[in-house]
Write a protein that binds this ligand. Structure first.
Ligand code: UD1
Ligand code: CA
Length: 477
């Protein structure tokens, strides 16, 4: 019977400097569709149900440790203070953690964000077969330069891996490359790592040399060929970051479409991995849907809309708008050109129209803020209408104050509601009002100066002007 090991340990290598990113941010903290590279890799390792997950981090990587802890405080980190090579990194991880010899150890580089959980499972399983000491994820690539080459034996197993810089002319011709993703029998790996040398072009302990050593102990090393070469794509610079982003976008979009979401133009639709979208939602071109956003059935989003951490209800429509931390109720309508900021809450059937900014405010069911407004720190009841150009003056230069508007209210156009202020149910306000006092229910609030017309002013003060001429003609007719 094959020796079955039930415990699996995942080791993620993330101590490299990532100098080619030319960034002040550690490489593995760069994000793709809202998730850091290291978090993508750690998420993929979840399928392994590992008894322990260890990440090897480099000197000065407090931020990386912080990100890992935020993801899952159970993940262990090990500090590799100087770059001693991939073999050295794994050795450190094993030395600082008690690991039983019959467990399976899965090793993944921290910069391969497209690796999938299924592939890791596959690899771990391949390593559980009797006589197998290790399994290596490989891929056939058009341009193998820079990668370690996989040298096969007569039985289609792996004989060894040769690094690009250490390879012979013949070996360089090989297009099957090492992905830096492996599964090992723990006991064998420990033995092999103890035998590594630094006799190579980079003077480092290569994890890849463990393959030949395991072979020399009479165990097989089997290849698992990635069916999709993208899975092994390492992110070393901004070009590869963009390439990986495009692939991840396509993956997420395919998943959405297969679950019944209509994407009019998938290449311009960027949906974070953390977003949930129900069937029969339509996303028009040019949208970014990010963070913890959820969109319910039948909603229509876009074109050119960004949603971040929003909750969108059934059949809501959001056209050409920017929404951050907003809740948009069923059948509500937003846009075009609306800006919803954190705490904006639109109840069922509410409407926020063009050039309207809403912050920390509730717009009640069926209420409308259709044109050119700022609504901040306000509560609006149901079925009220806010006239064009109305602004809640919520800030007196020191503190923020509340505006409370009741049900079935009609605020005239171009009002300034100077908070704190309350407009009672069923009240009206006159167009052009500056409302500083509460308006009782059912009252008409008028907050503006009496108009006076100075007759003949233009004829006297602007005699001979086109305006004066027009006025004369109007008098004569
Ligand atoms: C490595 C492999 C190569 C493979 C390639 C795939 C070795 C010797 N070579 O080469 O066969 O084709 O990946 O991308 O393993 N790291 C540490 N500590 C170290 C060195 C590296 O944690 O001391 C980490 C890096 O952060 C990275 C991973 O290990 O996540 C791989 O290191 P990298 O320098 O990128 O190795 P390559 O030269 O690309
Ligand atoms: Ca690399």
């Amino acid at each position: 019977m094959a020796p079955q090991s039930d415990s699996c340990i995942a080791i993620v290598l993330a101590a490299g400097e990532g100098t080619r990113m030319r960034s002040s941010v550690p490489k593995v903290l760069h994000t793709i569709l809202g998730r850091s590279l290291i978090r993508h890799v750690l998420t993929a390792t979840e399928t392994l149900r590992a008894t322990k997950r260890i990440v090897v981090v480099g000197a000065g990587s407090e931020l990386v440790v912080q990100e890992i802890t935020e993801y899952d405080a159970e993940v262990t980190t090990v500090l590799q203070e100087r770059r001693g090579g991939t073999g050295h990194a794994v050795r450190l991880a094993l030395e600082s953690n008690p690991i039983v010899n019959d467990s399976i150890i899965v090793v993944v580089a921290g910069d391969v964000p497209l690796i999938t959980g299924e592939t890791l499972q596959h690899l771990a399983k391949a390593c559980q077969n009797s006589g197998v000491g290790a399994a290596v994820l490989t891929a056939d690539v058009d341009d193998p330069s820079g990668y370690g080459r996989v040298i096969r034996d007569h039985e289609n197993g792996i004989l060894k891996i040769v690094e690009d810089r250490d390879a012979t002319e013949d070996e360089r011709e090989v297009h099957e490359v090492n992905s830096s993703v492996y599964a090992f029998q723990a006991g064998l790996l420990k033995t092999a790592l103890a035998e590594l040398t630094t006799n190579n072009a980079q003077g480092e302990e290569y994890l890849t040399d463990a393959i030949e050593i395991i072979r020399s102990k009479g165990k097989k090393v089997v290849p698992v060929v990635a069916h999709d070469y993208f899975e092994i794509l390492g992110v070393n610079d901004r070009v590869q970051l963009a390439e990986a982003t495009a692939i991840m976008r396509d993956r997420k979009n395919l998943e959405l479409m297969s679950h019944g979401v209509t994407l009019i133009d998938p290449p311009t639709t960027f949906v974070d991995v953390s977003v949930t979208i129900e069937p029969d939602v339509t996303i028009r071109p040019g949208c970014q849907i990010e963070g913890a956003t959820t969109i319910a059935r039948g909603a229509l989003i876009g074109p050119e809309t960004r949603l971040f951490n929003c909750v969108v209800g059934e059949e809501a429509t959001i056209i050409k708008s920017e929404c951050d931390g907003a809740t948009i109720g069923r059948h509500a309508h937003v846009g075009p050109y609306s800006f919803l900021r954190p705490g904006a809450h639109l109840a069922e059937g509410a409407k926020v129209g063009s050039f309207v900014e809403v912050k920390n405010s509730t717009i009640g069911a069926g209420s409308k803020v259709p044109h050119l407004s700022y609504i901040g720190d306000a509560t609006i009841g149901i079925q009220s209408n806010i006239g064009a150009g109305t602004i809640t003056a919520n800030y007196d230069g020191v503190a923020k104050h509340q505006t409370v508007i009741g049900d079935h209210v009609r605020i005239g156009s171009d009002n300034i509601l100077i908070a704190p202020v309350e407009i009672g149910d069923g009240a009206y306000t006159a167009a052009g009002s500056a409302i500083t006092e509460n308006v009782p229910p059912g009252a008409m609030g008028v907050g503006r100066g009496q108009q006076r017309n100075i007759l003949g002013w233009v004829l006297r003060k602007r005699a001979g002007s086109d305006s004066a001429k027009a006025a004369e003609e109007a008098k004569e007719s």
